[in-house]
Design a protein around this ligand. Structure first.
Ligand code: AMP
Ligand code: ZN
Length: 452
């Protein structure tokens, strides 16, 4: 199957050809863990989960490596931990666990690796030392700065005029900077802030800038050059532009990633989501009112590059459609994925088209076409639309249950049932029972609840 993806760097939809089809590598910028993720943050997670599933389908599950980082060192984290009077590690751990629970409930598979910034300080320092040695970075007042004019082709991703870039970067104007555009690779830690021994011969402890984290983690887990780099459109500049500058100058490469993908922004009921407007919604808020698969479907109704308007009306429609499809499948599942749906996804993740194809499939299944019914079940499962991980919410939080592992177990059990491996499917049911999770199989699929 030919996969075509839109590449922000070339501004073109191109045929995707991995560097090594036996090791297809994708990096997506993950959350800064200081509070519950909002529904806008869920967009890249869901979009790149669909791409991950598609790549696994095309190249084989063990041939795709998906890295999504966790930013666990940041000003917002320091401030929040101080505000709550808790340890930084306690805050980042709690927030990361909530994030994991939320995105699993949205039907997202865990990435292959979820590296933490604080566990890659050595790699960051190694890149910084290389940049200093090659004249791309310099030390000034205990900071290390990347010297933008040292890279002759800086700015290719965002293609902005220089003056706009300077304004857009909103980088601190500091007297010690050689150039207004120069950005921070490393900065001194103030009292009470996390700090590590500094690179560049700096005597006082310091901490990394945000951009260097992703250069270090992608290098460690995917190498100097890899296939796909993704994130929200707001990250094109300065974050991704600066990641490119750091990685390419440190490793003397022509590209950091061959394909750059960016999802459009999400707004709520026609307005920009913001705390001051009172329309700020977390993923957890959504999951209290809607099954995860409904939220997932609502996100995928719009093509990932378009802006999306998140509305209750949209969620209601999504719920109706999914309920209907699940009824039509009569609980049937399979490993078969509709080729017309795959074809739509292979065209730059055209999910609205894929959904139209599922409607057509469902129409055929309703007329008694058994093959269509089986394909419908398999396709819904492939896309992560499964009723199983309906989160039972009790009070403010999930009760000691990790929906991520439940989802994986239920998917494994479905796969065993498709293969008629009843021994394995019974074993998984027992394993879930031991966790206090009861499964209910019905015509519409499998649901789960917590045993009381
Ligand atoms: P942040 O935690 O703000 O760094 O964002 C994490 C990810 O969510 C990044 O890929 C952002 O581009 C993305 N993101 C943040 N806000 C939105 C939004 N309103 N719509 C879509 N994506 C967003
Ligand atoms: Zn990043």
């Amino acid at each position: 199957m030919e996969l075509r993806l839109y590449d922000t760097l070339s501004r073109d939809k191109r045929v995707f050809a991995p560097i090594d089809p036996a090791n297809v590598r994708m990096y997506v910028c993950g959350p800064t863990v200081y509070d519950f993720a909002h529904i806008g943050n869920a967009r890249p997670v869901i979009v790149f989960d669909v791409l991950f599933r598609l790549l696994r389908h095309i190249y084989g599950e063990s041939h795709v490596k998906y890295v999504r980082n966790i930013t666990d060192v940041d000003d917002k984290i320091n401030a929040r931990a101080a505000e709550r009077g808790i340890d930084i590690r306690e805050l980042t751990e709690e927030t990361y666990n909530n994030f994991k629970t939320d995105v699993a409930a949205l039907g997202c598979l865990p990435p292959t690796v979820e590296p933490r910034a604080t566990e890659h300080i050595e790699e960051m320092k190694a890149i910084i030392e290389r940049l200093i040695a090659s004249g791309h970075a310099y030390v000034a007042e205990d900071n290390v700065l990347f010297n933008v004019p040292s890279m002759t082709d800086y700015g290719q991703l965002s293609k902005r005029p220089m003056d706009e870039m300077i304004a857009g970067a909103r980088v601190e104007v500091a007297p010690y900077k050689k150039d207004a555009q120069d950005f921070v690779l490393w900065k001194p830690s103030k009292a009470g802030e996390p700090g590590w021994p500094s690179p560049g011969g700096i005597k006082t402890p310091g901490r990394p800038g945000w951009h260097i984290e992703c250069s270090a983690m992608s290098w460690k887990h995917l190498g100097e050059t890899f296939d796909i780099h993704g994130g929200g459109i707001d990250l094109v500049f300065p974050h991704h532009e600066n990641e490119i500058a750091q990685s390419r100058c440190a490793f003397h490469t022509k590209v950091m990633a061959n394909t750059w993908m960016h999802n459009g922004f999400l707004q709520v009921e026609g307005e920009k989501m913001s705390k001051s407007l009172g329309n700020f919604i977390t993923i957890r808020d959504v999951l209290k009112d809607w099954p995860g698969e409904v939220a997932r479907f609502n996100m995928l109704k719009t093509h990932y590059r378009q802006p999306i308007d998140w509305t209750v009306k949209g969620l209601e429609g999504a719920e109706k459609t999914l309920k209907h499809w699940h009824e039509v499948t009569e609980g049937e599942s399979s490993e078969f994925v509709s080729s017309s749906v795959l074809g739509a996804l292979a065209d730059d993740l055209n999910t609205p088209k894929a959904i139209a194809e599922i409607h057509a499939l469902s129409g055929m299944a309703k007329t008694g076409d058994v093959d269509a019914r089986i394909a419908l079940g398999g396709t819904l499962q492939f896309l992560g639309f499964i009723r199983a991980p309906r989160i039972e919410l009790i009070g403010e939080d999930y009760v000691g249950i990790d929906p991520a592992s439940i989802q994986l177990l239920i998917e494994a059990r479905s796969a065993a049932r498709v293969k008629k491996d009843w021994k394995e499917s019974d074993r998984i049911r027992d394993e879930l029972a031991a966790m206090g999770v009861v499964l209910k199989d019905s015509k519409e699929g499998t649901t789960w609840e917590i045993a009381r």
